[in-house]
Design a protein around this ligand. Structure first.
Ligand SMILES: *Cc1c(COP(=O)(O)O)cnc(C)c1O
Length: 426
């Protein structure tokens, strides 16, 4: 009792003697850390029309509407591992050996032969990307990295937090969103630490052919710039298209390939991704060691999912993947048909992924100063929200997520069409 009284008295004294508010300043790294999508979306005034239920075509998370579920085999793999009780401890920082071997086997096809020792497991593909950018690019050396425009903004978030600047290389809409090779090459200088490739592409839904990937790798080789290949959408390609991994091309370019379970297995929240160190010439000997150190800093990824990985990758049936592709393809066709004749819009039929990019002819909608106002007004009147191109550094476009249920997608297209008809020419 007496003790408590004393404590109370002391704590009171402390407040009395230090009346000013205690503010702790975050570090420069933290202050340099920006989520560009949030920054743009949070600044919009998003009030849906109360008469119409909201249809969110904005979130790159295939699980939110509950229509796309992971396969029963995927789920059972995790249940088994939990019940076995053998994966509750720490794993090696780069991952369990059998999980790395399973990823190596999963990725070994089409002329690719991945060695389990080249696989590092991470907490989602985002964390793979963070390790790759951190290991190659140095803020204190004035390094820059190249990323696609339009492109996934997390690359910029990760780089700028390290004090590494970002340079964009353009993708060309009318060439199926292939990279503008001259522009790409012109962006390289002696401080360029890496070129980021994202194939298949978020937000374009495009899939590079072999020749194009070769051309990019030739540029990387000529300038001795390593490549970070974000292949999180590997194999999510539509009929008639083929996914070509950078690893399959024997290019003599050192490449860090990033991937994971998130999209193809429909479990983004499980947070397991990987890096494959692809290096035929020994250029990455030191980078390899440094990557291990970076992993030791965060002690590796979730052991339950790691433990389940061999079973997930081996037992998830091909029919599951095929069904996902056919659902996405049908949704893409439906959306394309629904939008292609809408005045003022030019949708691009995707070749894969879970996205469609749509051009908005802003000069036909002069009452909107930019794509942000367009997106905001569409939400206000039609309760349909798409991410404006500004989120991907390409104003005048919007991105549609194709994983939402078919009837909602249909309804969304109709509302988008009505909206455009209302404002076209105004
Ligand atoms: C979704 C996505 C990722 C992130 O995957 P996680 O495993 O959830 O971290 C990485 N790159 C691109 C292009 C993506 O769209």
């Amino acid at each position: 009792m007496l003790d408590n009284k004393l404590k109370e008295k002391n704590s009171l004294n402390i407040t009395e003697s230090k009346p000013e508010i205690w503010k702790v300043e975050p570090s420069t790294t933290a202050k340099n850390c920006k989520n560009f999508i949030r920054e743009i979306v949070d600044n919009l005034d998003l009030k849906p029309n109360p008469e119409k239920p909201v249809i969110a075509l904005s979130l790159g998370d295939p699980t939110i509407y509950g229509n796309l579920k992971p396969s029963p085999e995927t789920i059972q793999s995790v249940i088994d591992i939990i019940e076995e009780g053998l994966c509750n401890g720490y794993a090696p920082s780069v991952g369990y050996e059998n999980a790395r071997a399973a990823v190596a086997e999963y990725l070994s096809h089409d002329n690719v032969d991945v060695d389990p020792r080249d696989v590092i497991l991470c907490s989602g593909c985002s964390s793979s990307l963070e390790h790759c950018i951190t290991v190659l690019a140095d803020g204190t050396k004035n390094h820059n990295i190249l990323m696609p425009r339009p492109g996934f903004p997390i690359y910029r978030t990760l780089a700028e937090a390290l004090g590494v600047s970002v340079r964009y290389y353009n993708l060309i809409p009318e060439n199926d969103w292939e990279a503008d090779l001259h522009h790409l090459e012109s962006q390289i200088d002696q401080n360029t630490a890496a070129i980021i490739l994202n194939n298949p592409s978020n937000p374009c839904g495009s899939v590079f052919n072999e020749e194009h990937i070769r051309s990019i790798l030739e540029i990387a080789h000529r300038h001795k710039v390593p490549v970070i290949a974000d292949e999180i959408y590997e194999q999510i390609v539509f009929p008639g298209e083929k996914f070509v991994s950078t690893a399959s091309l024997n290019s003599q370019v050192p490449i860090l390939i990033c991937g994971g379970l998130a999209k193809r297995f429909l479990v983004p929240g499980w947070r397991v991704g990987w890096i494959v160190v692809h290096d035929e010439i020994g250029a990455f000997d030191n980078v390899r060691k440094a990557l291990v150190c970076l992993c030791q800093r965060t002690i590796g990824s979730n052991t339950l999912i790691q433990g389940a990985l061999p079973s997930i990758l081996q037992n998830t049936p091909q029919s599951f993947h095929d069904e996902l592709i056919s659902t996405l393809y049908e949704n893409a066709q439906l959306t394309y048909e629904g939008l292609k004749n809408v005045r003022g819009l030019s949708p691009f039929m995707p070749q894969g992924t879970i996205y469609m990019i749509v051009e908005i002819q802003m000069n036909k909608f002069t009452m909107f100063a930019n794509g942000l106002e367009f997106a905001q007004k569409m939400m206000e009147e039609e309760s349909v929200f798409c991410l404006p191109g500004e989120c991907f550094a390409i104003p005048g476009f919007m991105r549609i997520v194709l994983t939402v249920p078919r009837d909602l997608l249909q309804e969304a297209c109709e509302r988008i069409a009505e909206f455009c008809n209302r404002y076209y020419g105004n």
